[in-house]
Design a protein around this ligand. Structure first.
Ligand code: ZN
Length: 70
């Protein structure tokens, strides 16, 4: 059964961190932080968060770099 919360993003892991109060930002952040902490400590998994730049592609940039970089 799925309830609102933060499921572990690691494939195969069914752990989820419930938000005690859905309207509370502090509760949301706490659950999110707990989930991230679990991912790192249990799986060594660091989720890369891209918040404000959905089309940001870090690897494309260096491809077209002229020799004037240094
Ligand atoms: Zn997990």
């Amino acid at each position: 059964m799925r309830t609102a919360g933060f499921p572990c993003r690691r494939l195969g892991c069914e752990l989820a961190f419930q938000v005690v109060d859905q309207r509370s930002m502090a509760a949301l952040n706490a659950a999110s932080a707990l989930r991230s902490e679990h991912e790192v400590s249990a799986h060594g998994y660091h989720h890369v968060r891209i918040v404000s730049e959905p089309s940001y592609t870090p690897y494309q940039r260096s491809k077209v770099k002229p020799a004037a970089a240094k």
